[in-house]
Design a protein around this ligand. Structure first.
Ligand code: OGA
Ligand code: NI
Length: 311
C-alpha cells in the first residue's frame, strides 16, 4: 500500500521540518488522529489488557545494607523485571526540578527546539527526535524525546546543551549514578559475582537520559505513546511526572497479553531490567516489556536514565 498525501504531509511536517508531534499539536487544531499515528488494532492498548491485583513492588531503599532489601530487589527483578524505589536520597524538590526542566525545554519556541533535531543538532551529545525510528517506521509513536549522553570524562560534554535544562540534567545524572551502582551491586552479588573494574564498563559504561514528551492526543485509543519494547541496555531508572494520568504498563506474563500499571508515585523512581542484564544473568532477571499510553486531556513528561555497556 502506498502512503496517502496526508501521511506524506504529516510525516514531512513532523520529521523533515523538525516540528515533532509537539509541533503538530501546537500548530494545528487536531480533532482526529492523523493517519500516520493510527496503530493497527493488535498494537493498541485496551483496558481489558490491564491486570489488577498484583501491583509493582514499591521498595524502601533507605538502608542499602539491609539483607531484606536485597531479597526484595532480586525477587522483583526475577519475577517481574520492574519495581519502584522510594527513600533513595534524591530530594523531591530536585525531582520536580528536573521534570520542570524537561517541560521547560519542550515549551521553548519551535525554532529553538529545532536546533537540536537529530542529524543537525547544535550539540553532539544531545539530540531531539520523535518516535523510535521515524524514517523507517510506517506508523509513528505519539512521542518526542530529547536524548542526552553523559560523558563526564570530556570537560565540555554539556557545553552546547540547552541552557533551560543543562544544570538539572547534569545533576540528575550525578545523583542517579550511585543509586544505579547500588542496585547493580545487589543484583550481581545475588549471582555470586561482584561489580568491579573488570565488568563495570560492561554494566554501566554509558549513561544516557531521555526527556520523553507525550503531547495530549485527540484519539488516544488509536495511538500509542511508546510501543511495547524492552530496553536494550543493562538497567533503566525512570522518573515519571507525578500528578498526571497513569500511562506506563509492564507486561505481566510472557504467554498472555496482560499488562500491569506502573503508577506515578511522588518521590519514587521506577527501575526496570534491560536486555543486557537478562542475558548476563542467564535469564535469572527479566528484561520486562513495557509500553506507554497517551491521553486526551494532558501531556506527560518522563525521564528515563539508561545505563548500558560502554562502546
Ligand atoms: C523508554 C520508556 C517509559 C515512559 O523511554 O524506553 O520505556 O514512561 N519510557 O516514558
Ligand atoms: Ni523503555
Amino acid at each position: 500500500m502506498s502512503p496517502t498525501t496526508d501521511e506524506i504531509e504529516v510525516k514531512d511536517f513532523v520529521v523533515n521540518q523538525k516540528n515533532g508531534v509537539k509541533g503538530l499539536v501546537d500548530f494545528l487544531t487536531l480533532t482526529t488522529l492523523p493517519s500516520p499515528y493510527i496503530q493497527p488494532p493488535q498494537e493498541r492498548f485496551t483496558s481489558d489488557k490491564i491486570l489488577f491485583g498484583s501491583p509493582v513492588p514499591v521498595i524502601d531503599v533507605s538502608n542499602w545494607n539491609d539483607p531484606h532489601l536485597a531479597r526484595e530487589i532480586c525477587h522483583a527483578a526475577t519475577k517481574l523485571g520492574v519495581f519502584q524505589i522510594v527513600n533513595h536520597g534524591i530530594a523531591p524538590a530536585e525531582l520536580k526540578g528536573v521534570i520542570a526542566a524537561a517541560r521547560g525545554f519542550f515549551e521553548l519556541p519551535a525554532e529553538e527546539r529545532r536546533r537540536y533535531w537529530r542529524g543537525t543538532s547544535v550539540s553532539e551529545t544531545a539530540w531531539l527526535t520523535t518516535s523510535f525510528n521515524p524514517y523507517k517506521e510506517r506508523v509513528l509513536e505519539w512521542r518526542d524525546f530529547l536524548k542526552f549522553e553523559y560523558l563526564p570524562q570530556r570537560h565540555d560534554f554539556a557545553a552546547t546543551w540547552p541552557s533551560v535544562c543543562k544544570e538539572q540534567v547534569i545533576d540528575h545524572f550525578k545523583k542517579i549514578k550511585p543509586i544505579t551502582e547500588k542496585i547493580l551491586n545487589i543484583l550481581i552479588n545475588n549471582l555470586n559475582s561482584v561489580v568491579d573494574e573488570s565488568n563495570k564498563e560492561t554494566l554501566m559504561g554509558t549513561m544516557r537520559m531521555n526527556f520523553n514528551y507525550y503531547p495530549k492526543c485527540p484519539e488516544p485509543s488509536l495511538a500509542i505513546g511508546t510501543g511495547r519494547h524492552s530496553d536494550i541496555n543493562t538497567i533503566t531508572l525512570l522518573l515519571q511526572e507525578h500528578g498526571v494520568l497513569s500511562s506506563l504498563y509492564a507486561r505481566a506474563t510472557e504467554d498472555g497479553d496482560k499488562w500491569i500499571n506502573v503508577p506515578p508515585i511522588a518521590g519514587a523512581i521506577a527501575v526496570n531490567i534491560g536486555d543486557v542484564l537478562q542475558i548476563l544473568s542467564n535469564d535469572r532477571y527479566r528484561s520486562v516489556e513495557h509500553c506507554v499510553v497517551v491521553n486526551k486531556c494532558c501531556s506527560r513528561v518522563s525521564i528515563p536514565v539508561f545505563c548500558g555497556p560502554g562502546c
